[in-house]
Design a protein around this ligand. Structure first.
Ligand SMILES: C[S@@+](CC[C@H](N)C(=O)[O-])C[C@H]1O[C@@H](n2cnc3c(N)ncnc32)[C@H](O)[C@@H]1O
Length: 218
């Protein structure tokens, strides 16, 4: 049934007690896991696409799911190139027609972000909308702010916007940002706002509170 998404359940009563320790460790040691072959192929496609669209500023839709949000961004910012990245072939397989100023790529974000960083590709805006929450405390390192790639994600720069229906995720992200010298601003997303993505629509229609964190990383 639609519009009956369960609220996030977690045994955590506040930010993870080891959050800052984990962030600090990742600040000291750059994430260096070798890139997957298919990530390199996806990155090659990105470079070709960028070469075919010179001079366009880039908007990144990280974890774009079906790419509906990518299409929405492409329509809203016709002067920009919009890149949607998701690792799920099933989700991307449900994508509609790709607008002329958009590209969807199947790849793990932790690889694409690092490849972009090394090659000097920087987004103007970076949308991180409804990342998987990983609410179990033992999965802290799977949340983006607890992941070893967090430093490279920040180094990519741009106006980053995280959206989530789990306030604790947003609070932890803000604390991790602060530990790295950035000040994020958290605000509620009004139920009257037009949803930017399928998950936002689903959560809104299920009556969840929705949160946005904005930070300028440039
Ligand atoms: C909860 S869905 C949100 C999708 C979309 N942003 C929306 O709001 O409708 C999270 C998405 O992140 C993708 N994802 C999770 N981890 C990823 C990773 N490491 N690399 C690429 N995509 C990832 C999943 O495949 C999934 O489509």
């Amino acid at each position: 049934m639609y519009a009956n998404s369960a609220r996030i359940q977690t045994p955590q009563s506040g930010p993870h007690p080891r959050l800052l320790e984990v962030v600090e460790r990742h600040r000291r040691h750059a994430y260096q896991r070798p890139h997957a072959e298919h990530s390199l192929a996806a990155f090659e496609r990105l470079q070709q696409w960028l070469a075919a669209h010179p001079g366009r500023q880039l908007i990144l839709d990280s974890g774009c799911g079906t790419g509906a949000s990518t299409a929405g961004l492409a329509q809203r910012f016709p002067e920009c190139g919009v890149l949607g990245i998701d690792q799920s072939a099933a989700r991307l397989g449900r994508a509609g027609v790709e607008p002329g100023n958009a590209l969807r790529l199947r790849a793990p974000l932790e690889d694409l972000w690092r490849l972009m960083l090394v090659q000097g590709i920087r987004p103007l805006r970076h949308c991180l909308w409804y990342p998987n929450p990983w609410p179990k405390p033992e999965h802290l390192r799977r949340r983006w702010h607890g992941h070893p790639v967090f430093q490279q994600l920040l180094a990519l720069g741009g106006a980053l916007e995280l959206r989530s229906n789990w306030r604790l995720y947003v609070d932890e992200f803000a604390l991790a940002l602060q530990a790295c010298g950035h000040q994020g601003i958290i605000s509620a997303i009004a139920a009257s706002e037009e949803p930017v993505s399928p998950f936002e629509r689903k959560y809104r229609d299920s009556g969840h509170e929705l949160w946005r964190l904005s930070v300028e990383l440039s």
